[in-house]
Ligand binder design. Structure first.
Ligand SMILES: Cc1cc2nc3c(=O)[nH]c(=O)nc-3n(C[C@H](O)[C@H](O)[C@H](O)COP(=O)(O)O)c2cc1C
Length: 342
């Protein structure tokens, strides 16, 4: 796609870092970001991220192989630090030689970042607060994904607008920072890049593409949802710390509340410990998300979605989506340039 020299300048840092034409990342989504989606994003100029999720190491290795067959372009692999196979995923890195590793879930230790870097990978880490951003930079992250609480899936508590001011403005000169959470238009992408972001990461919007293999019922609920329907889960008691999840309201969300209360009772009665209770919580999400995404159980499963779900009303191909984001961002940039030229 033909773009202006101003746009080329704006995206250069992010594109050079990710080694792709446009610094538009499709964030990894467990059960959703499979080789088909990831390769379609990368083949159309963006940057796809394969979800390591809960997969055993040999299955993840097979998905990486499959993605490599579908694209010779750059893509990332998302490793979840709290996944049962996380240690095996890390151990696999020295043989598989990935160019990009994205740590998610909880936050990686410095040793784990070093393992990934020693394998030759560039490391991207999520940051949902200023102190986590500082820690990830100290541990050697090559780039940050600054994700605000508007995002879908597991989230922090601070909004993107605050993180942009707290972290992006402070650290953008030091390392590339990709903004995420609530971004769904090229217009917004242009403005966060003008603020200093190297690029953007979107999740929710990529669900609404033909290449995304989520169940049609899952996409259908996204189509109809409003921004206010994507709510975040509460934590009932600090004795059982749970990472908040943003998803569309349904019975699955109510069930999660009940599960928390049940686990707290079991903890009080000394039947289970905190770690085991937290494992049960994570198992719940992985299973519930699978039920919604794969089986189409949109009542009982988990409909993880960001507030940007309220901005979506149509399905399109990845090509159309990336072209739209790039076209809108460039047009916005031209509008801004005209404003100052006159
Ligand atoms: C259904 C769903 C599943 C997700 N799963 C993961 C995941 O496995 N790993 C991860 O790092 N982020 C995950 N995310 C977050 C996305 O990668 C991305 O950062 C986020 O969706 C960006 O915000 P947005 O939803 O406002 O576009 C998930 C998001 C959604 C909507």
């Amino acid at each position: 796609m033909e773009t202006s020299k101003e746009f080329k300048k704006l995206i250069k840092r992010g594109s050079d870092f990710l080694n792709c034409p446009y610094p538009i990342m499709c964030g990894a989504m467990t059960w959703i970001s499979d080789p088909k989606l990831v390769s379609a994003v990368s083949n159309n100029g963006g940057f796809g991220c394969l979800a390591g999720g809960n997969a055993p190491a040999e299955i993840l290795a097979r998905s990486i192989e499959e993605t490599r067959k579908l694209t010779d372009k750059s893509f990332g692999v998302n490793l979840i630090t709290i996944a049962p196979a996380y240690r095996d995923h890390l151990a696999m890195l020295k043989d598989i030689k990935l160019p990009f590793v994205i740590f998610a879930g909880s936050f990686p230790r410095d040793k784990e970042i070093q393992i990934a870097k020693a394998s030759g990978a560039k490391v991207l880490c999520f940051a949902s607060t200023e102190s986590i951003a500082e820690r990830m930079i100290r541990y050697g992250a090559d780039a940050l994904i600054l994700e605000g609480s508007e995002a879908g899936g597991h989230i922090g508590h601070v909004a993107t607008t605050i993180l942009l001011q707290q972290v992006l403005f402070k650290y953008a000169d030091r390392l590339p920072i990709f903004a995420a959470g609530g971004i769904a238009t090229g217009k917004m992408a242009a403005h966060v890049m003008l603020m200093g972001a190297a690029g953007i990461q979107l999740g929710t919007r990529f669900v609404m593409t033909d290449e995304c293999s989520a169940h049609p019922a899952f996409k259908d609920v996204f189509m109809r949802a409003n921004a206010r329907d994507a709510v975040s889960t509460p934590q009932y008691d600090s004795k059982l710390p749970v990472v908040a999840v943003r998803a569309l309201k349904n019975k699955g969300m109510v069930k999660f509340g009940e599960l928390q209360l049940h686990l707290l009772k079991e903890m009080q009665e000394g039947k289970i410990g905190r770690e085991q209770a937290q494992e049960e919580v994570e198992k719940y999400w992985i299973g519930a998300l699978r039920r919604a995404v794969v089986d189409g159980d949109v009542d009982g499963g988990s409909l993880m979605a960001g507030q940007s779900v309220g901005l979506l009303d149509k399905l399109m191909t990845i090509r159309e989506l990336i072209d739209e984001l790039v076209g809108e961002a460039d047009a916005e940039l031209q509008k801004t340039a005209r404003f100052f030229a006159n």
